[in-house]
Design a protein around this ligand. Structure first.
Ligand code: G1P
Length: 287
């Protein structure tokens, strides 16, 4: 089985995090000591991927620099004896190999994935939206890879959400269930809550098979006037089996100011040094 590629769509405008993302790509906002996209790449590597295919748009080239060796910086850190910092910088260079793909127009997530067709070729691949960090014993993408090994089909990450939230997500209809793994009968992007076929939201982590590219080529613009990945997956369901996994653990939002703040606080509290600093800072009565 060849699941070495991971597609990371990073071409979005980051409108939910303005003005921070006016000049800075949202994927480079830090969570603790590293940018959001590095957390994503580390999750993909933990799931067995080694080749990242990142979709960027004009103005987001800074993301490339983060994963490019900076010999001058490394020489300077070396000369100053800053060995921990040097190791951290070098680690980002060696995490994975990268292919950078341009999405010239903001035509939707499905279109962004279609832009990677040539880079991926005829292999199944992982796909992850870097707006959430995986938190838990087994990273979410790893859980999807494990299900793919068992079922051999495309696999989506699913999470139950309250009825008033389902219209923010893609939603999955269930044909049959085996514990936390469901075979899907349909998917619908951002349904009205009264028309949602279930409370299972599609959560931005996928194992996809290369037939998704033909499906996306034939997909007309859907919700929001964009070419939706969910609609392409709908075509795969009509032609064969697609499964969803209700993953264990959590996905932590880092794509909005509130989610980003809560995620930083939660992760910091678990770090011995940062946790002490944060608790002290929260003692507002002592000021
Ligand atoms: C995208 C997908 C949607 C999915 C969501 C998860 O929507 O289109 O199916 O539920 O990510 O975060 P977006 O949040 O980009 O509007």
């Amino acid at each position: 089985m060849d699941l070495r590629h991971c597609v990371i769509p990073a071409a979005g405008l980051g409108t939910r995090f303005l003005p921070a993302t006016k000049a800075l790509p949202k994927e480079l906002l830090p969570v603790l000591d590293r940018p959001v996209i590095q957390w994503a790449v580390e999750e993909a590597v933990a799931a067995g991927a080694s080749e990242m295919v990142v979709v960027i748009s004009e103005g987001k080239e800074l993301i490339q620099q983060h994963f490019t060796a900076q010999p001058d910086l490394e020489a300077l850190l070396d000369a100053r004896g800053k060995m921990a910092e040097l190791a951290a910088v070098r680690a980002t260079d060696h995490l994975a190999s990268f292919t950078w793909v341009r999405q010239e127009q903001p035509l939707g997530l499905g279109h962004a994935v279609l832009c990677t067709a040539e880079a991926i070729g005829d292999h199944p691949f992982l796909c992850m939206l870097p707006d959430d960090l995986s938190y838990g014993t087994v990273p979410v993408l790893r859980q999807l890879v494990d299900a793919h090994k068992e079922y051999g089909t495309p696999i989506l990450a699913l999470m139950r959400v309250p009825p008033d939230q389902i219209s923010r997500y893609g939603c999955a209809a269930i044909a049959e269930s085996h514990g936390r793994v469901h075979r899907l009968s349909a998917v619908v992007e951002k349904p009205d809550r009264r028309e949602a076929p279930s409370d299972l939201a599609i959560m931005g982590r996928y194992v996809l098979t290369p037939d998704i590219f033909d499906a996306l080529r034939d997909t007309a613009p859907g919700a929001g006037g964009e070419i939706q990945l969910t609609d392409g997956i709908g075509a795969l369901i009509r032609n064969g089996a697609v499964h969803g996994v209700e993953f264990t653990g959590e996905l932590l939002d880092v794509g909005t100011p509130a989610g980003w703040l809560a995620t930083n606080a939660m992760l910091a509290l678990q770090d011995p040094v940062l946790g002490t600093v944060l608790r002290a800072a929260m003692e507002v009565d002592n000021r």
